[in-house]
Design a protein around this ligand. Structure first.
Ligand SMILES: [Zn+2]
Ligand SMILES: [Zn+2]
Length: 188
């Protein structure tokens, strides 16, 4: 069994990801304006690349466990229909994005303690999405895979994770939909 360790910057929040592989993960850089707005809201533009890209590893919710410091885990939504964006109140570290009932959580690469171990188990970053929102040049290596191909591959994985019953348990959402913390909605 392989386990990856995750911590917020002040190490009050500890989480773990169990037994992922390239089939049970999906690594992308997201340049969408919502991800950029979230980083700005937290005062953490430093977690993005210089073109506004957020490095995320999407995994089935059942693979993620919060180990300690749950009380520091807070949530915002940019709008009433926005994704749940989880961060730590102790040190404003972005943790993950989720949608209740969906078979994935998008974990920020920033919180994985050992990026090499992450690459060894989950494989490389596959490419970039929402590149039209990038605020600077995108590395050539990120452009190799066409965005639509990447999205199609992601959907196929999500369906497989759902069929394999990996939507629950989800550390952020109970089966009935109740969230770990009430999200603050930033714009009505
Ligand atoms: Zn912290
Ligand atoms: Zn995004």
């Amino acid at each position: 069994m392989s386990e990856l360790h995750l911590t917020c910057d002040c190490r009050s929040v500890v989480a773990a990801v169990q037994n992922i592989s390239s089939r049970t993960s999906n690594r992308v850089v997201c340049y969408c304006s919502d991800c950029q707005a979230f980083a700005r809201h937290l005062g953490r533009v430093d977690v993005m690349d210089e073109s506004g890209g957020t490095f995320l590893t999407q995994i089935p919710p059942a693979k993620l466990t919060l180990v300690t410091g749950q009380e520091h885990v807070h949530c915002v939504r940019l709008s009433p229909k926005g994704m749940y964006r989880w961060f730590t109140a102790c040190c404003h570290t972005p943790l993950a994005n989720s949608i209740p009932g969906f078979p994935f959580v998008g974990v920020f690469d920033h919180v994985f303690n050992d990026k090499q171990a992450l690459s060894n188990t989950a494989g490389p970053v596959l490419g970039a999405v929402h590149t039209r929102r990038a605020v600077g040049p995108i590395p050539e290596s990120m452009k190799e895979r066409h965005e639509l191909t990447l999205i199609a591959g992601t959907l196929k994985k999500l369906l497989r994770w759902k069929l394999h019953g990996l939507t629950h348990p989800n550390p952020f959402h109970k089966k009935g939909g109740q969230a770990l913390a009430l999200p603050e909605i930033l714009s009505q």
